[in-house]
Write a protein that binds this ligand. Sequence first.
Ligand code: UDX
Length: 499
Amino acid sequence: MNKRKGARQYTPENLKIAVIGVGHVGLPTALCLAELGWEVIGADQDEDKIRQMKAGKSPFYEPGLQTLLTQHLASGRFSVTSDVASAIDAATVLFICVGTPQGENGEADLSQIEVIARLIAQHLNGYKLIVEKSTVPAVTSLWIKRTILRFAMAQRRLEGGGLNQSTAPAEIDELPPAPDFDVASNPEFLQEGKAVDNFFCPDRIVVGVESARGQEILEAIYRPLKRPIVVTGLTTAELIKHAANAFLSMKISYINMVADICEAVGADVNLVASGLGLDPRIGPDFLSAGIGYGGYCFPKDLRAFAYLAEKHGVRGSLLREVERINLERVDRFLDKLYKALWIVQEKTIGVWGLSFKPNTDDIREAPSLRIVEALVKDGARLRLYDPQAMQRMRQVFPEQQGQITYCSSPYQACEGAHAVLLLTEWEEFQSLDLHRVASLMELPILLDGRNALDPEKAVRAGLEYISIGRNNATPIPEVYQAQHSPAVQELGVNAPAWR
Ligand code: UDX
């Protein structure tokens, strides 16, 4: 879109920003914009969240966020309110960062966005740029635009006393002027656990706009980052986000499928991945095999993208297969445990890592949820440890005498254990004293669901080490032989009916 001659300079002095929805996307966005020098109001209907932040506490764990919150509450560049309407009134640029959870059939539930659009329609007290930042299916921004226009015009007609039952058609021509606003799409690519870094060092900034003014404002906001800005139309920008998340999910399911082949033919998936990743057309990232992707984004965005494709008559089978492979990870991992322990009932299982990935306390769609659920159902005694996510996990699986115990360290989690499961590759697990681990366990069996540890180091410590897409390693050849004889393989029947 061409730059307008004499376009206005947008600066923190003349441009106030509101971020509506201060969750895992909104809060890092708001605080990082404040760090860039902009004046930002964080607005959210969740009174509890706002209360916590007014008290200077971040409502969730994200590296670097607490520091920015303390800093910018003090600098005055960041303020919070649960009165969303007042934030809309006070700001010119409105970033919509509310949740777009998954609807019944996988379609994205956009009701929270619609509510905000209607609220904005009632508060168009001057030019507004409405920036959609939540992850949404293509054409959502057009729905936002239409909703604001409809409700704003209806309101103005009412205010103008224009529209009442008795109004004759002719008088309608004196419709009030259309509200002055633009919609833009600015998808985020923030990864939990790295959100602040991702904001300040983005690979690219995608800006979907419908006007030169919208483009100028967003370029002014992000100019301090000095990163590539990709300017497109609204729908294209929305699609970039969905396609990106679906592609990354596909890459993970691909390497997980390769891991299954490695197990069947005796190859090493980590080495296969590094061999693949050296090809710049493939790239080394997102080729870590394991128990599958989780979190608030990949699972729901992939389903929403498949739904969008099928809704428009495009085959979504590729995307559906990505999800199927992902869901199968947990079953295959539990299969390894049953083949190692035969019966898990009354066995003590230590669990290292509950969050869906390191450096976050988020357990949404974490593989650990299905693994813990299956083991509880089969009567195992669980000793759970995670550096950050135990509080959230307790809300799903409360402490239960003799069945579920939350531990204060990874060592405590493996006391008397018949097996330990590594489910999240937190850095602290890399530097554990594995000799001490083996000495604390009843049976020194370690199942590494993230290929996070070095097999040789584990074996030297006396552990039987089972991982993903790699040969198992054991200090006791006899056990290894027995376990791998075709006869035992056939036995499979010992696995209880959870499959
Ligand atoms: C993702 C996208 O990366 C981010 O750009 C987008 O804005 C939001 O969704 P996030 O959900 O925070 O971010 O997690 P990410 O780091 O992408 O990991 C997603 C899942 O994939 C995690 O469960 C992780 O354990 C898993 N994963 C990741 C793998 O299993 N293998 C890999 O190689 C990489």
